[in-house]
Design a protein around this ligand. Structure first.
Ligand code: DC
Length: 234
């Protein structure tokens, strides 16, 4: 069974996808973390300069040495992201990576490289993936597709609180500007822009609690694929 969770940044896709994974016995795959890991590798190799200019050929050159894996159970009960054997979970969530990831995710050859790996992971079993192009490009035949949305202010506030809770020094204005910038880049890029799949179930969670949202999404999945849900649970 394949469940796709797409939508704007900071709509809580990973929070709900993780919880649904645990409830239904699915493997959770955070595709945003994969774009973030490539961005971190590019920053470390000097393929992005101080002005945010990306040296595409350099990025292309480092891809063969980029090995991404999800391993172990992190603090929040999910696997953490490893880049060439190093745990980079914290670093990929920081503002430096957040500021540059939109540009890296817009590169067609980076997308092709990661989509291939995501399809391979999906072939291995029952999965729930979150991202921007899961229901449209990676798995157009996914069993259930969700498209998450919420107002930019609500999303920026959530993201700001999350970063502050992790001890990161950021201002609300900076976070809101980043959310808006990523919305723009994600939906205007040429390669796989963020669009809602025609057959996606839209979830606007601006005024929903996480519990309500998860309950509702689980019900939709069970209604649509009752038998395969039972198989995944066992
Ligand atoms: O979900 P996230 O915020 O961790 O995603 C980080 C960035 O990666 C975001 O700017 C959009 C991009 N992304 C993408 O283009 N396609 C995906 N499947 C997942 C993320």
């Amino acid at each position: 069974m394949i469940v796709a969770v797409d939508g704007y940044s900071s709509t809580g896709k990973s929070t709900v996808a993780k919880r649904i994974a645990r409830r239904l016995g699915l493997t959770y795959i955070d595709t945003g973390a994969m774009y973030r890991a490539v961005t971190l590798a590019a920053l470390r190799q000097g393929a992005i300069d101080a002005e945010g200019q990306i040296d595409e050929e350099r990025v292309r050159g480092i891809l063969p040495q980029v090995e991404i894996a999800f391993r172990g159970e992190g603090k929040e009960g999910r696997a953490e992201t490893y880049l060439n054997g190093e745990n980079v979970e914290r670093e990929i969530r920081g503002m430096e990576v957040a500021d540059q990831v939109g540009g890296i995710a817009a590169l067609g050859f980076v997308r092709a490289f990661l989509v291939e790996q995501q399809r391979e992971m999906g072939r291995r079993g029952d999965v729930i993936l979150d991202g921007r192009d899961i229901g449209t490009v990676v798995f157009p035949d996914a069993d259930v597709k969700f498209f998450l949305t919420a107002s930019p202010e609500v999303r920026a506030k959530r993201r700001y609180e999350e970063l502050r809770a992790k001890g990161m020094k950021v201002s609300y204005e900076e976070v809101e500007a980043n959310v808006r910038k990523r919305d723009y880049i994600d939906s205007h890029r040429e390669a796989s822009p963020l669009v809602q799949a025609a057959d996606a179930v839209v979830v606007d969670n601006s005024t929903m609690t996480v519990d309500e949202e998860v309950e509702w999404m689980v019900r939709v999945i069970e209604e649509r694929c009752g038998r395969s849900v039972e198989q995944a649970k066992n």
